[in-house]
Design a protein around this ligand. Structure first.
Ligand SMILES: [Zn+2]
Length: 389
């Protein structure tokens, strides 16, 4: 029996729980006993209450789920909500982003964005950062959102080894090791040697290696031929004159560089052939879908159904406020549920925001499910989504 006299002990009762543990189903009229921040017991109220005689907090007629993991944000762009062009394609969106002063983040916008993450039940965010990692980390800490900062390599100017962004200078080794991973921006914007070095850095530490991959047609065309609607922007700003296109699809090129494996977090993956999807599945890569961002920018819609059917590990991200109206991951889930062709139940899409990313991060002993021993980090499913059960 739990000892209710211990101040760290508390108990919760709630109408329904989606524990997300394999084969756990849905618990009706559930009770959780929490000790030292972890779940000591979880099960039917009628059973668990027999082993607990302290006060019980009743959370009411709600559906509880594990705390969410947002796998793709750019909090450094939080001042750009509603300021970029919509539906005109990637090159037009990038130009509008560059015109809107992307480096002018203010603290209030950052704090608001972090509060928005916390309010929808985000337990952990994977945030791509290049200029202000310490500031972003501080704001997330203040909002109570755990995080992994993805320090982003960008450009072709680096010497060829690990190419950390400017904002990483001055970070302590301890901070780098505890709170960070190294990411690549994309195959068309980052030196291949830097991408390989970032991947090796992550692989050595068991961290996810994040890369924007196959997000838009311009990227595909540029890598295949060096031409297309995105080529002029790339050559104007990033890519050296002597760049030779690999003549491959983004997924195939990433694989040829050794960038696809169980720690790969391939973000977007909108433009994929069936062999691309099968290769991602074979390499056990994770694909992070950002459906509302793709819709806002106008790059198309990822093949959610085929990715799911081929067994690719799927997770969700909101992307930044420069391409998404809010950072509420439940709205991302709703967007997918309402457009998915075929059966996609709420538990499956919740797994994309909980269990799947927790496993990728090696955090599944803490997060991703509501089971005995896991952290008692939970959120409530919005009513509009509960109908998809
Ligand atoms: Zn992104």
């Amino acid at each position: 029996m739990c000892d209710p006299l211990r101040s760290s002990l508390r108990a919760l009762r709630v109408r329904r729980v989606l524990p997300m543990a394999p084969d756990a189903g849905i618990l009706d009229d559930a009770m959780l006993v929490v000790q030292d921040g972890r779940i000591a017991e979880i099960g039917p109220y009628s059973l668990v209450r027999r082993t607990y005689d302290g006060p019980i907090q009743d959370l009411g007629d709600k559906l509880m789920a594990p705390g969410l993991i947002n796998c793709h944000t750019h909090l450094e762009l939080s001042h750009l909500r509603g300021l970029t062009v919509s539906g005109k394609g990637f090159a037009a969106w990038v130009r509008s982003l560059l015109d809107s002063d992307p480096e002018a983040l203010d603290q209030a916008s950052l704090d608001d964005a972090c509060a928005e993450l916390a309010a929808c039940g985000t337990a952990l965010a994977l945030d791509v950062t290049s200029r202000r990692p310490a500031q972003v980390s501080g704001a997330l800490d203040a909002a109570g959102v755990d995080h992994l900062l993805l320090l982003e390599s960008f450009g072709f100017a680096g010497a060829g080894g690990l190419d950390l962004p400017p904002g990483a200078r001055g970070l302590s080794r301890d901070f780098l090791e505890r709170r960070c991973a190294v990411a690549g921006h994309s195959l068309a914007t980052t030196k291949p040697e830097s991408l390989r070095a970032a991947y090796a850095w992550c692989a050595w530490r068991g961290r996810p290696f994040s890369l924007h991959l196959a997000e838009h047609e311009g990227e595909t065309e540029f890598l295949a031929t060096g031409q297309g609607g995105f080529a002029s922007l790339l050559r104007e700003r990033v890519v050296p004159a002597d760049f030779t296109p690999p003549g491959r699809s983004p997924v195939s090129y990433a694989d040829s560089l050794g960038l696809l494996g169980p720690l790969t977090l391939a973000v977007h993956c909108v433009h994929l052939s069936t062999p691309n999807i099968r290769l991602l599945a074979r390499r056990r890569a994770t694909v992070c879908l950002c459906p509302r961002s793709n819709a806002h920018i106008g790059v198309g819609r990822a093949p959610w159904e085929r990715l799911r059917d081929e067994g690719v590990n799927l997770v969700l991200g909101t992307d930044s406020l420069a391409s998404c109206p809010d950072l509420d991951l439940w709205n991302e889930a709703r967007f997918v549920l309402e457009r998915f062709e075929g059966r996609l139940g709420l538990p499956e899409v919740v797994s994309w925001m909980t269990r799947n990313p927790a496993r990728l991060l090696g955090r599944d002993a803490d997060l991703g499910t509501l089971e005995v021993g896991r952290l008692a980090v939970y959120t409530m499913v919005p009513e509009a989504l509960a109908q998809h059960l």
